[in-house]
Design a protein around this ligand. Structure first.
Ligand code: ADP
Length: 382
């Protein structure tokens, strides 16, 4: 029960391919986030699972049954959407139990289910409240309780927290995780917010232009992104990307080199390569002792500092010649570095940095595909 399979699912709207040959295999009880930028096809994928949209091609299985031609009500699913459509003239009890009453459930059974659902979403004592007397978060919990009472095999949630303020959204994330733990039901959750996906999911399905880019546990997507799209989309602030080429000594960019044995990788001399490194894997030289395998030193100048409280983001301008006077350095190349809050770095001063070699990613600049995650040093340096 609760498994979902999408087999070669495509959805076209005229010239637009909203979903492009999507294959998904979701286990029973998994919390899966479909994540990607606006317009990438997340909602269409969800609507196809729900039965609200017919695919142009492909088939959908829910709980091992082919539901491609079944209406939503026969698919064993319950949906929660961004716009919480509660009946304004009904109290919480009536809103939660509406679907059950429509299906002529016994009063006792309805009471039992409403009690359990309101208990799970912590709405006890509020069953006689009207929607207008409740906060946005409470109303969203009513919508979730209304889905719970249906005992679905699968919950489908499309940006259910998008209309809540930032603090409540973070709180509701924890509540949804608790809900998932309690119900052990498959949850497919659509969001454009990578932080939401990172914090809640068992696996994240990253989608771009209707195509599945990667489906993996959050930390795998973070540490071993399959391509530059996933690398840039997952993680905030984004991964730094620096374009360069493969030489016999390793990677060479306009402003710095990273030495390694190219023969150890699936690359050829002259290949256009993009180096990726996350801000937390860039270190000022005075912190290099904490690194087992730093790269060669990179000369930079601090530009803007953004103190976040628990860390400081330092925007670095890369010098193309260490001998050049700082005032004369003209470079559009930047690296973002995250440092400890007690760092002494000031704006507009020379800063020498290194990268954590084990956290350097290389991508094919043309296809964007990942070549490696982590570099071993050149033989001469070992
Ligand atoms: P997301 O949920 O990731 O923001 P959608 O699934 O809503 O993306 O949309 C994917 C693409 O399909 C977009 O280009 C969108 O404009 C298009 N699209 C979605 N629904 C329709 C529709 N009913 N008619 C025409 N185009 C649509």
């Amino acid at each position: 029960m609760g498994e979902i399979q999408l087999n070669d699912v495509t959805k076209r709207y005229g010239d637009v391919t909203a979903v492009d040959n999507m294959n998904l295999d979701l286990d029973d009880g998994e919390f899966i986030c479909l994540v990607g930028p606006s317009g990438c096809g997340k909602s269409t994928t969800m609507e196809i699972i729900a039965g609200l949209t017919m695919p142009t091609d492909g088939s959908i299985l829910i709980s091992k049954q082919d539901v491609t031609n079944l209406p939503p009500k026969d698919r064993g699913i319950a949906m929660v959407f961004q716009n919480i459509a509660l009946f304004p003239h009904m109290d919480v009890y009536d809103n939660i139990s509406f679907g059950l009453r429509l299906r002529n459930y016994e009063k006792e059974e309805i009471d039992r289910r409403v009690e359990r659902a309101s208990d799970i979403v912590q709405l006890e004592g509020m069953l006689d409240r009207m929607p207008e007397e409740m906060s946005g978060g409470q109303r969203q919990r009513v919508a979730i309780a209304r889905a719970i009472v249906r005992n679905p095999d699968v919950f489908l949630m499309d940006e259910p927290l998008a209309n809540l303020d930032a603090k409540l959204r973070v709180h509701m994330r924890t509540e949804l995780q608790r809900l998932h733990k309690e119900l052990e039901t498959t949850i497919v959750y659509v969001t454009h917010d990578q932080a939401e996906a990172m914090t809640m999911s068992d696996r994240i399905a990253v989608i771009d232009s209707g195509e599945l880019q990667q489906i993996d546990p959050p930390l795998t997507c973070y540490n071993e992104p399959s391509n530059m799209f996933v690398a840039g989309f997952i993680g905030s602030p984004s991964m730094n990307f620096v374009e360069g080429t493969i030489t016999e000594h390793g990677f060479e960019a306009e402003n710095f080199d990273v030495e390694f044995e190219p023969s150890h990788l699936d690359v050829s001399l002259g290949d256009d390569i993009t180096l990726g490194v996350r801000p937390e894997d860039v270190y000022p030289i005075d912190a290099v002792h904490s690194l087992a395998r730093p790269t060669e030193e990179i000369a930079a100048v601090s530009d803007v500092l953004e103190p976040m409280g628990d860390e400081v983001f330092v925007y670095l301008k890369l010098e193309d010649d260490v001998q050049t006077q700082i005032e004369e350095t003209v470079s559009n190349d930047q690296l973002l570095m995250s440092v400890e809050p007690d760092s002494l770095i000031q704006e507009d001063e020379p800063v020498t940095v290194v990268l954590d070699r084990s956290k350097v990613h290389l991508f094919d600049s043309v296809s964007g595909t990942a070549i490696c995650h982590g570099l071993t040093p050149a033989i001469s340096q070992r």
